[in-house]
Design a protein around this ligand. Structure first.
Ligand SMILES: NC(=O)c1ccc[n+]([C@@H]2O[C@H](COP(=O)([O-])OP(=O)(O)OC[C@H]3O[C@@H](n4cnc5c(N)ncnc54)[C@H](OP(=O)(O)O)[C@@H]3O)[C@@H](O)[C@H]2O)c1
Length: 241
């Protein structure tokens, strides 16, 4: 293995993914920025960082997830860290069962669960060579009866159990962990003002999170050489409420 370590962060043209890319780049990683739609923003971010590559790919489509991993390895010659961050949701009150249609379930599970799975599967042979690690972005909704919709919360619960199952299956070469953010200020949560107020009033840290808070936790897991199968809460203590 030659050169600096390489990190691929899915869904990194904005929000949490962008903060992770910036943090890992600042810590000496070569980085791969990805998005499905916001090509201009992804390109600009990659151009602003040293040793960065932008790859457009919808990780919900298997061939595109495979192409993304292949592009990273072709360009940099190795892969050390995969951050599964790309995800989607719909805001549906949990009581509105009819609102969570089978189509919406499929859309959310396809990207959040199967997209995460197929990107990880594509990355595993390369992570095995480098002794690398996977970090997936779950949510406080993955373990609490909370979140923007039931399909979203279930998708994050699946990511957390996938993390444990893969950690058991892929050790000792590859570590697999997850972070579970609470409410984080990103374009995604701009309209979640009611939840933000609740968090400011009652979570132990008395503030909503910033993308950088999640990026610090991801970076910590990259260096956590004896940690695998863990889900780290990054929610200012909101899971205690
Ligand atoms: N913000 C929060 O409060 C919060 C809390 C808990 C967990 N999370 C999780 O954190 C992750 C990022 O959320 P965020 O708040 O940072 O959202 P965001 O700012 O909207 O960023 C989402 C990123 O994912 C990309 N993306 C969407 N669909 C994609 C696909 N099919 N393939 C590749 N990239 C795709 C988006 O770009 P394009 O749409 O242009 O492709 C964008 O770069 C999600 O997994 C979310 O569930 C967020």
């Amino acid at each position: 293995m030659t050169g600096k370590p390489v990190a691929l962060v899915t869904g990194s043209s904005s929000g949490i993914g962008e903060a992770v890319v910036r943090r890992l780049s600042g810590a000496g990683h070569r980085v791969v920025v990805n998005s499905a739609r916001s090509v201009e923003a992804g390109r600009k971010l990659a151009e602003s960082l040293p040793d960065a590559l932008y790859v457009q790919a919808d990780i919900g489509v298997q061939a595109q997830a495979q192409r993304l991993v292949a592009a990273a390895v072709d360009h940099f010659g190795r892969l050390d860290v995969l951050v599964n961050n790309a995800g989607t949701t719909r805001r549906i009150p949990h009581q509105d069962l009819a609102g969570a249609t089978p189509e919406i379930w499929r859309e959310i599970l396809d990207l959040n669960v199967i997209g995460t799975w197929q990107t990880t599967v594509a990355a595993v042979p390369h992570l095995r060579k480098s002794g690398g690690s996977v970090i997936s972005v779950s949510s406080i909704a993955g373990s609490r009866p909370a979140g923007s919709s039931i399909p979203y919360a279930v998708s994050k619960a699946a990511i957390e159990h996938m993390t444990r199952l893969l950690a058991a299956a892929l050790g000792p070469e590859i570590r697999v962990n997850a972070v579970a953010p609470g409410l984080i200020e990103t374009p995604w949560t701009r309209e979640f003002t009611d939840i933000a107020e609740h968090v400011r009033q009652s979570a132990p840290m008395r503030r909503v999170g910033l993308p950088e808070d999640v990026a610090r936790a991801v970076h910590g897991l990259v260096g956590a050489t004896y940690t695998t199968g863990s889900v780290v809460q990054v929610d200012g203590g909101a899971h205690l409420l």
